[in-house]
Each structure stands twice: as structure tokens, then as C-alpha cells.
Design a protein around this ligand. Sequence first.
Ligand SMILES: Cc1ncc(COP(=O)(O)O)c(C=O)c1O
Length: 401
Amino acid sequence: MEGNTLLQIAKDFGSPVYVYDAEKIQFQYKRLTSAFNKVKHLKLNYAVKALSNISILKLFNQMGSGLDTVSIQEVQLGLKAGFKPEQIIYTPNGVSLDEIEKAAKLGVQVNIDNLSILEQFGTKHPKTPVCIRINPHVMAGGNTNISVGHIDSKFGISIHQIPLLLRIVENTKMNINGIHMHTGSDILDIDVFLYASEILFDTAKHFTQLEFIDFGSGFKVPYKPGDIETNIEELGEKLSKRFNDFCKEYGRELTLAFEPGKFLVSEAGYFLTKVNVVKQTTSTVFAQVDSGFNHLIRPMLYGSQHEISNISNPEGRERFYSVVGYICETDTFANNRRISEIKEDDILAFKNAGAYCFSMASNYNSRYRPAEVLWYKQKAHLIRKRETFEDILNHQIAIEI
Ligand SMILES: Cc1ncc(COP(=O)(O)O)c(C=O)c1O
């Protein structure tokens, strides 16, 4: 989006504010579908956790996407946004049997990732189609917190437990209609995908009733101009061919499913903050903005690098700044960044603020969560109001003391 448009949005809606570009989301969705256009049945299930605003979900619904959900609340949000239950896959980790049964009752595709719940669910509901999440034991992902397919990870059913898994399926006579893996986020090397996919194909051969194979997600997006990213087009070419060959071997046309979050929404998002204080110390110049890890935690959690530009002074002379927040703990967004000269009240735009940014925001320090705006059809639409003091007090109970 143009800096001037973002600046106007900050003026109209105040700061801090999240802004999402609908066109960029649509572009990424089309890019992924065309990369896999040689596959007869392709299903993209947008990972709701990345950015769960109901207007964003409606945009995905309108594009023909399905949804990947991880909680019963995400399922409910998806239904509220107009998705049909059969367009939703529910892939929780470590939830109760009760929650899984609730999701199944709503009619969504259940994906189970542990043998204990699989056995209990299969015994009680042998007719309900179930997908199984496999852990292929592949180390992949840009950070240990987002590498979830390795041997020490809590996710998925180990490939070494396939014999026990098959025994449970046989004993309960349950219907396994899909198999799934998700090995991590920010995976650059497509060979890692292809290698893990072979493990999934091998596993698939054990099940005769499959309708789909879900390859999860984890595509790496660029964080700055010229940055490396997953080569989606090359992956599409190679995996589609392998998938089509597998379907022939398997004897049935299966659906190839993905559940991308970051790839679809990361680059579409901007986080706009206002500079409260420019503070020169003996060693550095801090630009302190009206935000902190209560609104954007990824740099502190994963060391993620969000490009920051001063949209109030884009042509200014570049200087080095540490961009920090107002939280009462160290909340460094960026260290030693070259940014055009910053004055107090300038608006800084953080890029790649679409995925896992607002959805991880909190009220820490009793601050309000920011507003969200969708830039759609050349117009700024408020899609979430900034919180107020009432929201902070909401659900709190002041007892007699
Ligand atoms: C099961 C599952 N599927 C899909 C995703 C989306 O991954 P990404 O945002 O890297 O595309 C995640 C992310 O954590 C996940 O846990």
C-alpha cells in the first residue's frame, strides 16, 4: 500500500492501528492456486489463527477458500463468517475429547493428533470420518518455537507408531478419510517439504478410504525487499506431479490440501504506530512508539524482523534507531535499524503485520488492543474498533473489600 494512504488511515482511525490490504490477500491466494493448477482437486484451508477477524474470514469465503481451525471458538467464528461445516477442518492439539466431539457435532472435519483421543473417539463415533495428523520427524521451520514436526515435538502421531495406529483403526472400525502433517513455519527449503511429503505418501498407503492428503503449511514469506522466500511455483510444479502420480498408484483422485496462514496474510498487513519519544542515550537513539509487545509480540517471541519505515518522512536522511515500545519490560521491536529521520509524532509503519500479530495481541499493562482496518476496493473499512476502558473492565468483578 502507498505510504500516503497509510498515513491518512492513521489520521482517520488513530494509532496504533492494524491495516490489511485485501488485494494482496487475494493475490497470494491466486498465486498459490495457480502454482498447483495441475492438481485436479486442490483445497486451501486458510489458517484462522494467523488473523481471525470475521471480515478477513468473509474475504476468504468469497474467494472459495476453506478454513483450518485449532479451537472450537475458531470453528464457531468460521461458521459465523458464513463457511459451511464441510469447508472447515479442525486441527487441535491437546484438547479434550469433549471439545473434539463438539466440533464433530457441528459437522466439521476432525483431525486428531494423538492415539489416546483417537481410540476414545473412534470407539464412540466409528462412523464419523476422521483425519489423522502424522508427525514425520522432520526438523523444519525458522525458529524452534515454530518447528513442530520433529521427534521431540508434542504435535502429531509419530510415524514410528503406525502399527499401533493401524490396530486402533482396525479395532474401532473407524473411518480415516484424510492424513495430515504440518512440520513448521518459515520453511525455506522446498526439499524439506518434498522429503516430508514422501513420508506422508508412505503412510497414506496404509489407509484405503482416504479422500484427501493435507500437507499443512509453513511457507516462508519475504520480510524485506530481496529477502528469500519459499519458491511456491517450483514446489507447485514438483509436488503436483508427485501427488498426481501417487493418486494413480492409490487408485483414486484425492484432494491435495494446504492450510497456509502466513503466506496468505503476512505481507498484506501493516502496523501503524506513533512515535511518542525520541530518546538519545550515551549509546543509542531510541524511537519509543505508542505500542509494545502487548500489540506485536513476534520480534520478542521469535526474533522476527519486521521492516519499519517512517511514513511521515519517507525522503528524510537515514539514521540508526532502536525502535522500542512503552511496556514496562524490554520490548525491542528493532535494533540499530536504518530509518529516515524520526521526529516525535511521526508515524512508523511495520511491515509483514498480517499474520500472528493482532491475533497474538493482549491487554498487558491494561492497554487497549488496537483497531483494525481493511483496505478493500480502494476504501478503508473499520473492521474492529479500538478497545475502550469498558473493555478492560468487562468480565472483571469488583468484590466488597
Ligand atoms: C496445524 C497448523 N496448520 C497451519 C499453520 C499455518 O502455518 P503458516 O502460518 O506458517 O502458514 C499452523 C501454524 O502454526 C499450524 O499449526
